[in-house]
Design a protein around this ligand. Structure first.
Ligand code: GCO
Ligand code: MN
Ligand code: MN
Length: 389
């Protein structure tokens, strides 16, 4: 199918090796799809029109690979990238799969585990940079607790800070062109994960020595798991200059970590997200951290990947249409109308303003009585999304 919704490099649509490569194992059942090699995944992604491929160290190089195996795997992967034109914009470390990390990596109570996590991450950073990554994601899947008897959460935060400070200095020392993006999640696989929301991460980042090189990687499903409005989290990150990366997927509120195709569940929220990213001119990667239903074979996995990108592009078109819709524009003008009578109180603090503001007369009852046509605005949005406008 060739239409306006064909992905192009400029859209910066990326997938992880672990996303389209997901074999459909879940806590109740075994894999339903054969494990593809990284090279096969690169070709699959090229076929569906993706721009980039991201990976955890061990998605590419098994944790027990010999140095010779590593070099061969990296050479094959690099050749596949060259054949297809795919790039590697982001890389990350698997600090959750191995039993050594069962009580956390950077926040483990065992200092040997913490030291091993630092070593593994430095090697994974080297690997990511070698393949071109400019963003390095930290998702602390095991950094948390099931019982607070096990660990003082303040110690957890101090250890996490110490590790990130160390790794920032490592990147600077190596002269790497790399920034860090911290990804919050409230739970799963731990009972509780430290720094559970994007807002919590943003607060924590300001406590780091090199906070300028650390931003966030918010994920749709993770904020929904916490019952939050994802667009608001993204807006806070953007406004703080910290939206370094984004993980797009979907999920029903109140469920387990579903990782559905982007836009599959909460279409209206997905629309406002795309509209926000496009309106502000977000220039980073649009990474789909999701996987196909367990019911799919690899043709279905391609349908899944194409669907993520296609829905994004359709919503992008809808958001431009929303911005240009005369009735919507008129309503917005009406809502934001300003007769200028309070202009004197705008802008920064001054003693004169305080005096004038304290003297001013406001018709509180009239302010409260004014109707705001948000019902009409929202219905127009719905009709536009349903294709009636
Ligand atoms: C999850 C996370 C991960 C991370 C990935 C990159 O819920 O499992 O979203 O997919 O994004 O580990 O750091
Ligand atoms: Mn996730
Ligand atoms: Mn993610």
């Amino acid at each position: 199918m060739s239409d306006n919704y064909e992905p192009q490099a400029e859209h910066k649509f990326t997938f992880g090796l672990w996303t389209v490569g997901n074999i459909g194992r879940d806590p109740f059942g075994s894999p339903v799809r054969r494990q593809l090699s990284p090279v096969e995944i690169v070709h699959l992604l090229a076929e569906v029109g993706a721009y980039g491929v991201n990976f955890h160290d061990n998605d590419l190089v098994p944790i027990d690979a010999t140095p010779a195996d590593r070099d061969q795997i990296v050479a094959d992967f690099r050749a596949a990238l060259e054949d297809t034109g795919l790039v590697v914009p982001m890389a990350t470390t698997n600090l959750f799969g191995d039993p050594a990390f069962k009580d956390g990596a950077f926040t483990s109570n065992d200092h040997k585990v913490r030291a091993y996590a630092l070593q593994k991450t430095m090697q994974a950073i080297d690997l990511g940079v070698e393949l071109g990554a400019k963003t390095y994601v930290f998702w602390g899947g095991r950094e948390g607790t099931e019982t607070d008897a096990s660990k003082d959460p303040a110690d957890g935060l101090r250890r996490f800070r110490e590790a990130l400070n160390f790794l920032c200095e490592y990147v600077i020392d190596q002269g790497y062109d790399l920034v860090f993006a911290l990804e919050a999640k409230p739970n799963e696989p731990r009972g509780d994960i430290f720094l559970p929301t994007t807002g919590a991460m943003l607060g924590f980042i300001e406590t780091l020595d090199q906070s300028n090189m650390v931003g966030v990687n918010p994920e749709v499903a993770h904020e929904y798991m916490a019952g939050l409005n994802f667009v608001h989290a993204v807006a806070q990150a953007w406004e703080a200059g910290k939206l370094f990366h984004i993980d797009l997927n979907d999920q029903a509120f109140g469920r387990y970590d579903q990782d559905f195709r982007f836009g599959a569940v909460n279409l209206k929220s997905a629309f406002f997200l795309v509209k926000f990213l496009e309106d502000v001119g977000y220039g980073g990667n649009r990474h789909f951290d999701a996987h196909a239903y367990r019911s799919e074979d690899y043709e279905g996995v391609k349908d899944f990947a194409r669907g993520c990108m296609r829905t994004y592009l359709i919503l992008k078109e809808k958001s431009l249409q929303w911005n240009e819709d005369p009735e919507i524009k008129a309503l917005l003008e009406e809502i934001n109308a300003d007769d200028g009578s309070t202009d004197a109180f705008k802008g920064p603090y001054s003693a004169d303003k305080v005096a004038a503001l304290k003297d001013a007369k406001f018709d509180r009852v009239a302010l409260g009585a004014r109707g705001l046509p948000y019902e009409r605005l929202d219905q127009l949005t719905i009709e536009l999304l349903l294709g009636l406008r």
